[in-house]
Design a protein around this ligand. Structure first.
Ligand SMILES: [Zn+2]
Ligand SMILES: [Zn+2]
Length: 204
């Protein structure tokens, strides 16, 4: 499988390194905290980070982003709605509670249907608002990075600022149509397979 994962920070967020084994190109997905550990793994595997990519802008997923961006001179990619939410007063307040300062401006604002290239590999962006207005999923290579939209046996909360329960239900309806053998890689907790979630997850 073309990814590595580390669980980082006090909320045990999953940071994923999605990489192309041939060229070593790598996307750093949700570097939430513990930049040193993430960089150690990148260097141990001789990966070449090309961008920091966020499933959404909550600070438990962004805390190490600025350090990695500076270290590897790479851009930040996230959905426009969360770029905006992150910089709102509520967003800055939430980040301050995690000790996370403002991030450099996004180099690319993601949209539904965008393709993210990583060496010879690709991930497709699926906009999945509900947990936050700019939550996105990354789908490709049989994998689905779900951020805080879908977990094993549960879904993300929709009661934080910018959250919306009705939108979350619509986003989950799109997930249900993906191939059942898709590996689900959530923003917190263990991985799963969509088929199992369709069977066992009462929220899906
Ligand atoms: Zn979140
Ligand atoms: Zn989270």
């Amino acid at each position: 499988m073309p990814y590595l994962s580390l669980d980082v920070g006090e909320l045990d967020a999953n940071c994923y390194l999605f990489y192309d084994d041939a060229g070593r190109d790598c996307l750093v997905i949700d570097p939430g905290a513990e930049a040193e550990r993430i960089m150690e793994l990148i260097e141990e595997r001789a990966l070449l980070p090309r961008a920091v990519v966020l499933t959404h802008g909550h600070p438990d997923h962004t805390g190490a982003a600025a350090t990695l961006m500076a270290r590897y001179r790479i851009p930040l990619w996230l959905h426009a709605a969360d770029e905006e939410a992150m910089r709102s007063e509520a967003g800055r307040g939430l980040a301050a509670m995690f000790g996370v300062g403002p991030l450099p401006a996004a180099g690319r604002l993601l949209r539904d249907g965008d393709i993210l290239a990583c060496g010879a590999l690709e991930l497709k962006v699926i906009h999945s608002p509900g947990h936050s207005p700019g939550s996105v999923l990354f789908h490709g290579q049989g994998l689905l990075f779900t951020g805080d939209t879908l977990f094993r046996g549960d879904v993300g909360r929709s009661d934080l600022p910018g959250g919306d329960g009705e939108e979350l239900r619509r986003s989950l309806a799109r997930i249900r149509k993906l191939p059942p053998h898709t590996v689900v890689l959530p923003g917190h907790g263990p991985a799963s397979v969509l088929e199992l979630e369709l069977k066992d997850n009462p929220c899906l």
